[in-house]
Ligand binder design. Structure first.
Ligand SMILES: *Cc1c(COP(=O)(O)O)cnc(C)c1O
Length: 362
């Protein structure tokens, strides 16, 4: 028996976050009967032919969507993006090596803390002083750095790197909240990682894309489970992988492909973000919280000029079925997360609430 959803909400949560409606439908069906096996996707072996096909398709879709060449390996691991904060330096950084960081927010800050356990950390640039309202651009990457770490999109503060530095030093990038949202020149990146639960699937799996030329050079012993080479050799099946999150991520990647790939996603994401930022800039009651040129297309942060009306505005949003808009506690105000799966119609509903609220309150 399936329980009908009487009224689906407009989901602006930052993560776990919205997934395409068709993906949820396919995932629900597979929970009851996967691939006509007479079994649920939740109760089959990760080594069954049917599940091995899921992982293989997830890997090949990742390679296709991001145009990866054969130097790159694709892994699906557990531990969240947060585990990559230490796993990346543990695997890539020799004890006497130096890693550079661009500190653009909470997540970069956490990554920096972990890297200090493994080698020298050089924070090249930071926007911490201005509570991360912008992306620093005035820095040069030292040519002898082992790698440079960046956080492409700052989920909490609503800023995004719209370009990456010109350097021969490999970039290691936390793309948790904007993977598959736009085309990227992968050749610049030595390692990309992302927790699935923002823009590619449910919580529980982390996608890792690594250039295998960078591995095996740290000179330190690495526990088996934390060694990228273990998971490369075993095709992400050294231990039981998170089967259901991988399956739903694979369905989401199929959806991205069917909807024109990352270039088409980028066009839609730009249109959605423009619609909302234009309203923030035009509406007398609201203002953006970040530098205009660094605004994120994924997480739109804004606040009220008169903060006393914030609760009333959130109520107006809830009455229009718009949920998940309360800003992160470190920023306040509001945050509208408008990932790939968010339809422009939902953004329009939010914009209409903002217009209506201003009309009634000014
Ligand atoms: C959410 C988030 C993380 C943390 O991911 P977990 O999977 O919870 O460890 C890291 N980086 C960024 C940019 C995020 O948005």
């Amino acid at each position: 028996m399936s329980i009908p959803i009487t009224k689906k909400k407009h989901n602006f949560f930052a993560g776990p976050a919205i997934l395409p409606a068709t993906v949820l439908k396919q995932a629900s069906a597979a929970i009851e009967n996967f691939s006509n096996m007479g079994l649920s996707i939740l109760e089959i072996s990760h080594r069954s032919k049917q599940f091995v096909e899921v992982v293989e398709e997830a890997i090949s879709l990742t390679k296709e969507l991001l145009d990866l060449d054969d130097n790159y390996e694709v892994l699906f691991l557990t531990g969240g993006a947060s585990s990559q904060f230490y796993m990346a330096p543990m695997n890539l950084l020799p004890q006497d090596g130096t890693v550079c960081y661009i500190n653009t927010g909470t997540w970069s800050d956490k990554a920096i803390k972990e890297a200090k356990l493994f080698g020298n950390v050089n924070v090249l640039a930071s926007s911490k002083e201005s509570n991360y309202t912008s992306i620093p651009k005035d820095y040069e990457v030292p040519t002898d750095a082992t790698y440079i770490h960046m956080t492409s999109n700052n989920t909490v503060f609503g800023t995004q790197h719209h370009s990456f530095p010109e350097t021969n030093v490999p970039i290691v990038c936390d793309m948790s909240s904007d993977i598959f949202s736009r085309p990227i020149d992968v050749s610049k990146f030595g390692l990309i990682y992302c927790g699935a639960q923002k823009n590619m699937g449910p919580a529980g799996v982390t996608l890792i894309i690594v250039n295998k030329d960078l591995l095996g050079k740290s000179g330190r012993p690495i526990p088996t489970m934390l060694d990228y080479n273990t998971h490369i050799t075993k095709g992400s099946m050294f231990n039981t992988p998170p089967t259901f999150p991988i399956f739903v991520s694979m369905l989401t990647m199929r959806w991205v492909k069917e909807n024109g790939g990352v270039a088409a996603m980028a066009l839609k994401n730009e249109a959605k973000a423009k619609l909302l930022y234009d309203e923030i800039d035009a509406n007398p009651m609201f203002e953006g919280t970040t530098h205009i040129e660094d605004r994120s297309l994924m997480n739109v942060t804004f606040k009220m000029k008169n903060t006393e009306k914030e609760t009333a505005f959130l109520e107006a949003c809830a009455n229009a079925d718009c949920v998940g808009l309360k800003g992160h506690r470190s920023v306040g105000g509001f945050r509208a997360s408008i990932y790939n799966a968010m339809p422009i119609e939902s953004v329009q509903v939010l914009v209409d609430v903002m217009k209506d609220f201003a009309n009634k309150n000014t």
